[in-house]
Design a protein around this ligand. Sequence first.
Ligand code: G6P
Length: 366
Amino acid sequence: GAAELGPYRHYMQKEIFEQPKAIADTLDAVETIGPELLGAGAGARLKNVDRVLILACGTSYYSGSTAKYWLESIAKIPTSVEIASEYRYRDSVPDPRTLVVTISQSGETADTLAALKHARSLGMEQTLTVCNVATSAMVRECALNFITRAGAEIGVASTKAFTTQLVGLFLLTLVLAKQRGHLSEAQEEQYLKELRHLPLAVQAVLALEPQVVAWSEAFARKENALFLGRGLHYPIALEGALKLKEISYIHAEAYPAGELKHGPLALVTAEMPVVTVAPNDALLEKLKSNLQEVRARGGELFVFADSDSHIESGEGLHVIRMPEHYGALSPILHVIPLQLLAYHTACARGTDVDKPRNLAKSVTVE
Ligand code: G6P
């Protein structure tokens, strides 16, 4: 009801703004990095794995896709990510030394539960879920778990569940990195410091809302949008496109920016806004030349750039300046303005933001 919404227009907006608290709550019990974060017996189970298989649907699939970059670069563990509804029916090559990780806000998604069952039927017994509902079927079915503390999420489009999943998956990465000898004490301290500062960093990004509102007016008049990212921000571009589709009904797709020239450049006109996630990371210079390819074809760019990335506004190039680059945790900051962009665009189009047509909060049948 209206009382619960407080100053917010919709649950989705409220949940976007609850993210600093959701992240802080999720980190609350975390003092040092160790297997005890993942439940009883985790240390022994993790010794039996040398690869990770992530299974999920929807937004949870994109947090898993982001985690693959962390798991391979920080924990040096080979990782694959599969859409649950595909994995459950696919002939795959099982490896008993796999940690099967399901990701689910509800813990009740039928395809993800079935994919987990399928993995177990193939002899993979080391299972872990990153889940927001401690009493769910998923938590019961998995040997290990990390419970995110996002609180109840009501808006169909997932927001705070996604960012807390990323926090849980980053902690899993650190646990595996430490166990495998890839995390020094100094690095552990540094990552913990960055994690603890996250709620404040997210708060600073939420303060950009008025600038995003200004962009949403232009977006509300479009029927198509392209989202670009590179590296571990490519899944963030995918999540931004999904959010826009789900609630504003604008057709949106995401591409890794280096792949532009292999197809989507043909679509670029002034009628298709190109949203770009531009962190100041090792791929920034590559990304800048991708942006020039878009400008040269008359495309209009909307860029979320870290403040130290030296991308300036100009004709056909709109920039919202993010805080300084936040290292490995940067995806958690960069998804926030994409959530806000989808939200305000949907508001401008007058759609039913919290209950978009044809979609359900939790898909418990196939
Ligand atoms: C539905 C929801 C999405 C969610 C997906 C997976 O499609 O509308 O927001 O990401 O299910 O749900 P889960 O609860 O397993 O994360």
